[in-house]
Design a protein around this ligand. Structure first.
Ligand code: FES
Length: 144
């Protein structure tokens, strides 16, 4: 699948991951252009429906990037996000999508290098899984 260019939606908390992605860019620490960042005030704002919509809209993978454990500015937002992600991974299994397409990472604003590494790692995981079956349906006009 050399010509497969995955698209990964990254829901990033503005207090940590978004800043880390910015830092990575500033330090010229590249991460794949496959990563499409959506800034959130906290990963606790992410809902099950948001994650599913990303896949419905053609994403091959989803990354949720929140603050380190114990460092969420809204106390438990990152814990709620992880619970919702775990639930979504179960749903993905039920509809025939690999749960590995969705992942959560926890980083601080100072971890630009780690953001780039973990984002690249997830893109490679998704690349190995191949195009999302939902994406193929969208391209073929089968999805409604
Ligand atoms: Fe960053 Fe909640 S403020 S995950």
């Amino acid at each position: 699948m050399d010509n497969f260019h995955p698209e990964v939606v990254a829901f990033c908390c503005r207090h940590c991951a978004y800043a880390a992605a910015d830092l990575a860019g500033g330090k010229r620490q590249p991460y794949p252009s496959a990563i499409k960042i959506v800034e959130l005030p906290c990963t606790g704002r992410i809902d099950v429906v948001n994650i599913l919509h990303a896949f419905e809209d053609g994403a091959d993978g989803v990354l949720i990037a929140g603050c380190l454990d114990g460092s969420c500015h809204y106390i438990k937002g990152n814990l709620y996000a992880r619970q919702r992600l775990d639930y979504v991974r179960g749903l993905l299994c039920e509809i025939g999508l690999e749960p590995g397409r969705a992942r959560m990472i926890n980083i601080s604003a100072a971890m630009g290098v780690q953001f780039a590494e973990l984002a690249s790692e997830h893109v490679e995981t998704v690349r190995a899984l191949g195009p999302s079956p939902l994406r193929r349906k969208i391209n073929q006009g089968e999805a409604t």
